[in-house]
Structures are given as C-alpha cells and as structure tokens.
Design a protein around this ligand. Structure first.
Ligand code: NAD
Length: 251
C-alpha cells in the first residue's frame, strides 16, 4: 500500500482499537545510530555472536566477551531516542498504547518516556552478578578493569539474554499474555525471525488481532502474519501516524 494511504488507514485502525501493543526490533534504533548487529557495518561483522555473546564463552573467557561488550555499551550509551521512539511515547501518553515488547537491549524506549516496556532480551542499563544475582546500575559502575566483578567477586554480565540462555520467565509470560489479549499489534523494525520473540506475532494473529508492520523492506511475515506493511523508516512513519491519530481524536 502506498505511504500516505497506509498511514491514514493505520491511524483509523489505531483510533478504533481498544488494546494496542507494539513489538519492536533493532530497526527502530537505526535512526539513533545503532546499526542492526547483523548485516553490513553491524557489530556481528567484527565479532561472531555465537562465540562472543555466548554464555559459555562468557563463563570460560569473560575478558574476550567483555572486549565486544565494552564496544557495544559505548555505542548504546551515546544513542538518544529518535522520532520513532518519541512517537510511541506520545501514543502511550494519549492512552493508545498499552505496552511495548522490545527485542532491543538499548533502553531507548524508557529514555523516550514509555513506562510500560517489556525487555524481552533484557536491558544493558544494568549488570547482574552470575554468582549472587545482585544487580548494579551500569552508570554507577566503572568498566576500566574488565571483567567487572561484584562485591562477592562473582562475574558481572550485562543483564541481557546471551546465546545459550533462556528468555527470563516473567518477560516471556507477560509478553505471551499481552500478545494473546491485544486487538492490534504494531510490528516495528524487526525481521521477525529471532525465536521465541517472533512467535508472539503468531499468538496475536491467532487471537484475532490486526498486525501492522512498519519497515523499509518486506519481511518473511509480510502478508502472511501481518495484515499489511507500511514501507518506510520508523522515524518518518510513526510520527505521521500519531499526528493522524490525534487529528481523528479531536474531530
Ligand atoms: P534484525 O537486525 O534482524 O532486523 C532489523 C529490521 O529492521 C530489518 O527488517 C530492517 O529492514 C529493519 N529496519 C532497518 N532500518 C529501519 C528503520 N529506519 N525503520 C524501521 N525498520 C528498519 O533485528 P531484530 O529482528 O530486532 O533481531 C535482532 C536481534 O538482535 C534482536 O533480538 C535484538 O535483541 C538484538 N539487537 C538489538 C539492538 C538494539 O538494542 N538496538 C540492535 C541490534 C540487535
């Protein structure tokens, strides 16, 4: 569907929907300067994720993982929410967004002002001790000496899901429940191939929800799980949609 026509249709669907959730991926943060880890220029071109971001490597050779992590955390620390994150914050503020389920670990939805965010793969804003589970705020911690250690001398790891680790139970159950009860899911900036995150789309669809994608390119779920795609950058499309929703609301 052509851009403006699709944006206006999405706004009308949002205005009518009663329980809206957003499901976001790496693409929504591209305009904040964080490249997707896969593909050209991404972090995974330099570091093989199955190796550097695998929990076994982290336990056996934490210095090696921390070399990649220091670079990743530096990149994330510098990033600021872009117009797409801010548009979702506005949607929550006007009572049209129940929650965001994000695969991202960059904390940008929270920085933008969203208060209901499920960090499906965890969040880099804190570190967790592998021995005693104590958590520390990343900002309160010096990373001059790697690997950083807890007061109990246990290894500290960013509080995110590594390869070989399960999804935190609470995030998984809450996400499945939200997906099964929504009547509209906005799927933004994700290739929808990473499991089990991508299974949430099927849950929403089977429960009867409308699924709208916002992505510059079609994905494997376009027209199969999603009802339609708005082809464009999230930072351009989302502010336009929210603008249209607001026009409908004041009419
Ligand atoms: P992905 O890399 O598989 O796919 C990114 C998608 O975003 C693609 O479909 C691409 O077409 C789209 N895209 C690119 N630019 C866009 C834009 N401006 N607006 C909208 N869409 C755009 O990402 P994924 O599906 O999220 O899976 C990657 C995994 O890696 C995730 O599970 C996540 O945990 C992790 N990751 C996180 C971050 C982050 O926190 N910012 C960054 C990279 C990877």
């Amino acid at each position: 569907m052509a851009g403006e026509e699709a944006i206006k249709l999405a706004a009308r669907i949002i205005a009518k929907a009663k329980r809206i959730i957003a499901f976001t991926g790496a693409g929504i943060s591209v305009e904040s300067g964080i490249a997707p880890f896969r593909g050209k220029g991404g972090l995974w071109e330099k570091y093989n994720p199955e190796e550097y971001a695998h929990i076994n490597t982290f336990r056996e050779n934490p210095e090696k993982s921390w070399i990649m992590l220091t670079e990743m955390l530096e990149l994330i620390k510098k990033a600021k929410p872009n117009p797409a994150h801010l548009a979702l914050a506005k949607l929550e503020k006007i009572g049209k967004l129940r929650c965001i389920i994000t695969q991202n670990i960059d904390n940008l939805h929270q920085k933008a002002g969203n208060t209901s965010v499920i960090d499906f793969h965890g969040n880099t804003s804190s570190l967790v001790c592998l021995e005693c589970s104590r958590k520390y705020k990343l900002d309160d911690f010096s990373l001059e000496k790697i690997p950083p250690r807890c007061e109990c001398m246990g290894l500290l790891k960013p509080d995110v899901v590594f390869f070989g680790e399960p999804i935190p139970v609470e995030a998984l159950y809450r996400s499945q429940e939200e997906a099964s009860k929504c009547d509209l899911m906005l799927v933004i900036g994700t290739s929808a191939v990473v499991q089990p995150a991508a299974s949430l789309l099927g849950i929403a669809k089977r429960a009867g929800a409308t699924v709208i994608e916002i992505n510059p390119e079609p994905t494997p779920i376009t027209g199969i799980v999603s009802d339609f795609i708005i082809e464009g950058k999230a930072g351009e499309v989302l502010p336009r949609i929210v603008e249209e929703v607001e026009k409908i609301r004041i009419r």
